[in-house]
Design a protein around this ligand. Structure first.
Ligand code: KG4
Ligand code: ZN
Length: 337
């Protein structure tokens, strides 16, 4: 695969407006405009998200071009997230990308958001994983085990049957009264808690599929029970609760990842998506590198949570393979993998 093209990419699938410019595998700029409007609502409010994207999109594109030192005329193509995501949010990025590309006379490349989380591993400074590799993709909306035979040929070999891992982190954090998004909060508290302070049972799901909803119910009942005898329980033990909850979620993910390595014989292993920022998960992967001889790929922090650099590299790979979008491509909140 050649990596020569200069791509500008737009990511607007959820609550962050992001624009990146890459040249080959090198990131020239990756600007993320975080939306503060959702603070206080305990989650993303779709209508507020699309309005904020509308306000942010032009200044973010301008900032990304300026930071990259690239003129629009020098771009080979405009990539954008087509889905999955929130309809209103996707719409802003898709409509802007197509209209602007049309005005510039440039091709568009629609990108699948979950493919992009995985293909972030092809960005510099790291070396791309050897093919085939396994990727545990863990975000707020998805949890999948993917076998990547080629950047353009990926196969889901396991996935969650209910909540996504990020969603599980966020829901547990909400039960503990922590602010949204709860994943980073649990991560922070867990770092000085005892992961074995409280034991939770693990779901029994066959094959490589996973489930997190039972754990959520279990923790809800556990907290309700403890709070009855001690109203200060959560506050007093928050580090231990966070560490035990994180341990339970990571245990589910890691046991399935190990089963996937076993059944495929592939030891080239990557993690991707927002939850791959989790320090406990990153450390667990390092341990498996040392103890099981896995060749592990852990994304830099900036490419774990939503960003446009990952959309750009995916767009670049598709562009170099000859793929081009059309003006008829529309946002798809449930874009199939
Ligand atoms: O990939 P992402 O940025 O957006 C989606 O495509 O969903 O993932 C967001 C999710 C949220 O659920 C957030 O709580 C979780 O990733 N997350 C974390 C951490 N940082 C973000 N979960 C656990 N530990 C973290 N450090
Ligand atoms: Zn994402």
């Amino acid at each position: 695969m050649r990596y020569n093209s200069c791509i500008l990419a737009i990511e607007s699938s959820c609550d962050d407006t992001s624009v990146a410019v890459i040249q080959g595998r090198k990131v020239l700029s990756n600007v993320v405009a975080n939306q503060a409007v959702h603070v206080g609502y305990g989650g993303v409010v779709p209508e507020l998200a699309s309005r904020a994207h509308t306000q942010n999109i032009v200044p973010t594109v301008e900032a990304a071009l300026k930071a990259a030192g690239v003129a629009p005329e020098a771009l080979d193509a405009i990539a954008y997230t087509q889905g999955p995501g929130l309809m209103g949010s996707l719409h802003v990025g898709v409509a802007f990308a197509k209209a602007w590309a049309y005005a510039l006379g440039k091709p568009t490349i629609p990108v699948h958001h979950m493919h992009a989380h995985i293909l972030a591993h092809f960005l510099e400074p790291g070396d791309p994983p050897q093919l085939p590799f396994l990727c545990l993709t863990v975000s707020g909306g998805h949890t999948q085990l993917v076998r990547v035979n080629d950047p353009m040929a990926m196969e889901v070999i396991g996935s969650t049957r209910d909540d996504a891992a990020g969603e599980a982190f966020d829901k547990m954090a909400k039960l503990m009264g922590l602010p949204y998004p709860g994943g980073p909060e649990i991560d922070r508290l867990a770092s000085d808690g005892d992961p074995n302070a409280f034991a939770f049972t693990r779901p029994k799901v066959e094959g490589l599929d996973m489930s997190f909803s039972g754990l959520k119910t279990q923790i809800l009942h556990f907290l309700q029970r403890e709070l009855q005898s001690n109203p200060g329980f959560v506050d007093e033990r928050k580090h231990d609760i966070a560490a035990s909850v994180q341990h339970a979620i990571l245990d589910i993910l890691l046991s399935k990842l190990e089963a996937a390595v076993e059944s495929t014989g592939i030891r080239e292993v990557a993690i991707a998506g927002g939850v791959s920022a989790n320090r406990g998960l990153r450390k667990a992967l390092e341990t498996r590198r040392e103890q099981l001889g896995w060749n592990v790929h852990i994304p830099p922090m900036a490419y774990c949570t939503d960003n446009a650099a990952m959309i750009a590299i995916t767009g670049a790979i598709q562009y170099e393979s000859g793929f081009r979008g059309t003006i008829a491509d529309s946002p798809n909140p449930r874009l199939p993998f």
